[in-house]
Design a protein around this ligand. Structure first.
Ligand code: GLC
Length: 716
C-alpha cells in the first residue's frame, strides 16, 4: 500500500477522524450512541463516524468482522479500523493480575502469559492491547497497584520488556497470533497524591527519571508500538498535553516514533484540569504534545479544521499523526486482510484450551507468596474433613480488567480443593462478606457457622481480602487493612482450629499486622485468574512449592506510601526519639519487598567479590553459595542489591540490580554469581547527567530486601 499516496488523497476531515477512537456502539447505533449518551453529546454526525480510525472495546471474531465490514462499506477511503482492547492479564483464559505476575520474579513466565493472551485476543479480532501497564506503585491505597508489577524500577523494567515481547513477538507483521502492545500510563500515574486515583503528581526530574521512567523506556526500547498518556498532571500539566513529557522526552530523547494515544476522554478533561478553555484548546494542546489518537472524546474532529484554518496547527502535524496510524495498520497487514486472522473456529479451539489453562495455573502457583507458616502447611494429603471458609472462596477470583474471561469459567478455591481432595469431606461457610467496613457484630451468625464447621475439621482454609471489584481503576482506598469482620472471623476460627491457613485475595498490598498475630499461616494470592482454585489446592497440599516474592512492600495501616528503595535521610530510623518514623506505629513494614517463604529453607552465604576495586571499564563478580537446608525441593529467588554510599545526589539505601531463581533439592548447594558493571552504578547525578560516580558501593545478596549483611567495593 502506498501510504504517502493514500495520505495525500485524504481530506482534513478524514485525517481528523482517523485520529479519533470511539466505542463500537457509536458507529452502529442508528443515531443514539449508548455508552456515552446520544451521538449528539459528542457533537458529531455519521459524516465523522463513517471515517473513524479505531474502536475500543469490541471483542469476538464475528462482532469484529461485522464491524469492519460495516465500516469499510461506509469509509470512502476504505481504511480498515484498528480494534483495541484491555487485554491486561489474559483475554479469555486469565492468569494472575500483573501485581501477582510481578511476584513470580519470572519474566519468561510473564512473556509466555502475554503470548498466550495475544494468541487468544488475535483470534478474537483484537489488533492492539492497552498493556503492559508499568506505572511504578509505592502506595497501597492506590487501586491500580493491581495492574502493575510493583515498586521496583528494575523488576518493572524486566517485566515491561518481557510483556511487550510476549504480546508483539519478534515480527508483528507476519506473526498473526501476536498483537501490538501499548505501554501505559505515561507517565508516573502511580505517584498520584495520597494514592487517590486521578490525583495530581508532583515529581522532581530526578525522581521521575530514576524510579518512574525506566519501565516505560524498557517497553520503548523493546519496540512497543503505542504509548498511552495518563490522566494525571505531572508538575501541573496533564500528561495528554504535556509537551515536555511526550514530545521532548518520549519522542525526541528516547526516539519513540510510534503512536501516542490518550486515555479515555482525557483530552476533554483538560478543561476540568483548568488548562483549556474549551475543546478547541484541548485539541490544540494535545496535538502540540504530539498525541496521535484521541480516545473517547471528539476535540480533534470538531475543532481540528478550524485550528488549521486559523494557522494554530499545521497540516504536517496532522500528517505525522495519521502516517503513524497508517503505518501500524500496514504493519498489521490490515490493508490486505482487514480481519487479520480473526476466526471464530480458532476462538473455539484455543480459548480456555487445556494448554492455556495449564499455563494460567502455573502462573497462579508461581505468583503466590507464603508470608507465614507455623507448621500448618502443607496439609496432609489424607485429610478426612476440610473446612473452606470466607467470602471469596466459592467463586472464581479472576481479578479486575478481566476482558472476555468470566467467573463461572474460573475455578474457585472451594472447587480446587474438591478437585484435589477427592476422598475428603469438604464443607463451606461464608463467615462474612468482603465489605471492608463490615463489623463483626453484623455477621456474628455467619462467624458462628464458620466456627462450627471448622471445629472438627482436619484442615481449614479461610479466603478473605478483596473482591475482584475492590481494586482497579477508581478503586483507591484510604484504609488497606483487613476488615473487622474478617479479622474476627480469622481470630475465632483459629481459636477452635490451629490447623488453619489464611489466603488473602488482593489487588494491592494489605496491612496484615493484625492477622499476622493470630493466623498460623498466611498466603498472599492476589487475584489469581481462571485456574486460581486448582493452583491454590496444589500449593496447600504441597503438590507444588511456593516461590513468589513480594513485588511491593506490605505496610502497616497508615504507613503508605512505603517502599524499600527509600533514601536514608539525615535521621534514619536507627533509634527512638528524633528520627524517621511515626510515634504510634513501628517504622518497619510488616513484610518487605522481595520477601516470600517456601516449604523448604535456604541458606545464602555472605557475598564475596572478585575484587574490592573496579574501574569504569571493569566488572565485579559477586558470588554467593545457596543451599537447600530443608526437606523438600524448592526454588529460591536470589536478589542482588547495591547502595551507592556517597554521591552527588542522595541514593537509596538499596537498589535491586539483579535476581536469579535457583531450583535445589534438599541438601543441594550451588553458587550464584552476578556481574556488576559501571552500567549498574549509573544514575541521574546532580549535574543531570546519567553516569556513575567514583566511590564506595555496598553489595547485598539475599532472598529479601531488608538484609543487612554486605560486601563493599570502590569504583575508582
Ligand atoms: C481506562 C484506563 C485505561 C484503559 C482505557 C481503555 O480509563 O485508564 O488503562 O486502557 O480506559 O479502557
Amino acid at each position: 500500500m502506498d501510504l504517502q499516496k493514500l495520505l495525500n488523497e485524504m481530506t482534513v476531515d478524514e485525517k481528523l477522524a482517523q485520529m479519533t477512537q470511539l466505542v463500537p456502539q457509536i458507529i452502529t447505533d442508528k443515531g443514539e450512541g449508548v455508552v456515552t449518551g446520544p451521538m449528539r453529546n459528542f457533537g458529531i454526525t455519521r459524516q465523522v463516524t463513517s471515517k473513524i480510525g479505531s474502536l475500543l472495546g469490541a471483542s469476538g471474531a464475528e462482532q469484529i468482522k461485522t464491524l469492519q465490514d460495516f465500516h469499510l462499506d461506509e469509509d470512502p477511503k476504505k481504511i480498515p479500523l484498528l480494534f483495541m482492547a484491555d487485554v491486561i492479564h489474559g483475554y479469555r483464559t486469565l492468569y494472575p493480575v500483573p501485581l501477582g505476575l510481578g511476584a513470580s520474579f519470572d519474566e519468561e513466565l510473564a512473556e509466555k502469559c502475554c503470548a498466550m493472551a495475544a494468541k487468544e485476543a488475535a483470534a478474537g479480532g483484537i489488533h492492539v492491547t492497552f498493556a503492559p501497564m508499568v506505572d511504578l506503585a509505592r502506595d497501597a491505597r492506590w487501586g491500580r497497584c493491581m495492574e502493575t508489577t510493583g515498586e521496583d524500577p528494575y523488576l518493572n523494567s524486566k517485566m515491561s520488556a518481557a510483556m511487550v515481547r510476549g504480546f508483539q513477538g519478534k515480527d508483528l507483521e507476519h506473526e498473526k497470533d501476536k498483537i501490538a502492545a501499548c505501554v501505559k500510563h505515561f507517565a508516573a500515574y502511580g505517584a498520584c497524591e495520597g494514592g487517590r486515583d486521578y490525583d495530581c503528581v508532583e515529581l522532581g526530574d530526578h525522581t521521575l527519571r530514576e524510579y518512574y521512567m525506566p519501565a516505560y523506556k524498557a517497553a520503548v526500547d523493546e519496540g512497543v508500538e503505542l504509548v498511552m498518556t495518563s490522566f494525571n498532571t505531572l508538575n501541573g500539566i496533564p500528561s495528554s498535553a504535556n509537551k515536555y513529557l511526550v514530545d521532548d522526552i518520549l519522542r525526541k530523547e528516547w526516539g519513540f516514533d510510534g503512536i501516542v494515544i490518550s486515555d479515555f476522554n482525557a483530552f476533554y478533561e483538560l478543561i476540568s484540569h483548568g488548562i483549556c478553555e474549551g475543546e478547541k484548546e484541548c485539541a490544540k494542546k494535545s496535538l502540540d504534545a504530539t498525541s496521535d489518537i484521541e480516545m473517547m472524546s471528539t476535540c480533534y474532529v470538531k475543532f481540528g479544521k478550524q485550528l488549521l484554518e486559523e494557522g494554530q496547527i499545521t497540516e504536517k502535524q496532522l500528517d505525522d499523526a495519521v502516517m503513524r496510524i497508517l503505518k501500524l495498520k500496514e504493519k498489521l497487514g490490515l490493508f490486505d486482510d482487514p480481519y487479520r486472522g480473526a476466526n471464530a473456529e480458532d476462538e473455539k479451539k484455543i480459548h480456555l484450551c487445556a494448554e492455556h489453562r495449564a499455563l494460567a495455573r502455573v502462573a497462579a502457583e508461581k505468583s503466590a507468596v507464603l508470608l507465614k507458616n507455623d507448621g500448618v502447611l502443607p496439609f496432609k494429603k489424607d485429610v478426612k474433613k476440610i473446612a473452606v471458609i470466607g467470602p471469596v472462596a466459592d467463586h472464581g477470583m479472576i481479578g479486575g480488567w478481566f476482558c472476555c474471561g468470566t467467573i463461572p469459567e474460573a475455578v474457585s478455591t472451594l472447587d480446587g480443593i474438591k478437585n484435589i481432595a477427592k476422598d475428603a469431606e469438604v464443607v463451606f461457610a461464608l463467615g462474612c462478606t468482603a465489605d471492608p467496613n463490615e463489623e463483626a457484630a453484623a455477621v456474628a451468625d455467619k462467624i458462628a457457622e464458620a466456627k462450627k464447621i471448622a471445629k472438627d475439621a482436619d484442615a481449614v482454609v479461610i479466603c478473605v481480602g478483596e473482591e475482584i471489584d475492590m481494586s482497579g481503576e477508581a478503586h483507591s482506598r484510604a484504609r488497606v487493612s483487613v476488615s473487622d469482620s474478617q479479622t474476627t472471623l480469622i481470630k475465632e476460627v483459629c481459636e477452635v482450629n490451629k490447623n488453619t491457613a489464611v489466603v488473602l485475595h488482593c489487588g494491592r498490598p494489605i496491612a496484615v499486622e493484625k492477622i499476622n498475630e493470630i493466623a498460623p499461616a498466611i498466603i498472599v494470592y492476589w487475584q489469581p485468574g481462571t485456574e486460581g482454585g486448582n493452583a491454590l489446592a496444589n500449593l496447600l497440599f504441597g503438590e507444588v512449592n511456593f516461590e513468589g516474592k513480594l513485588p511491593m512492600t506490605f505496610p502497616r495501616e497508615g504507613q503508605s506510601p512505603f517502599y524499600y528503595n527509600h533514601l536514608r535521610t539525615g535521621r534514619p530510623n536507627v533509634s527512638t526519639g528524633y528520627c524517621l518514623g511515626y510515634r504510634d506505629i513501628p517504622y518497619d513494614p510488616v513484610y518487605p519487598f522481595g520477601y516470600g517463604l517456601s516449604y523448604t529453607t535456604f541458606e545464602i552465604s555472605s557475598p564475596t567479590l572478585s575484587g574490592n576495586e573496579m574501574t569504569e571499564d571493569g566488572e565485579i563478580t559477586v558470588t554467593v553459595d545457596v543451599k537447600n537446608t530443608g526437606s523438600v525441593a524448592g526454588i529460591e529467588t536470589v536478589q542482588l542489591y547495591i547502595n551507592d554510599v556517597t554521591a552527588s545526589v542522595c541514593r537509596p539505601v538499596k537498589e535491586m540490580k539483579g535476581y536469579k531463581k535457583v531450583s535445589l533439592v534438599p541438601g543441594e548447594e550451588t553458587s550464584v554469581t552476578f556481574k556488576i558493571t559501571v552500567d549498574d552504578l549509573k544514575f541521574h547525578t546532580a549535574s543531570g547527567k546519567f553516569e556513575a560516580e567514583k566511590g564506595k558501593f555496598k553489595v547485598f545478596v539475599s532472598n529479601r530486601s531488608d538484609v543487612e549483611d554486605f560486601a563493599e567495593f570502590k569504583l575508582i
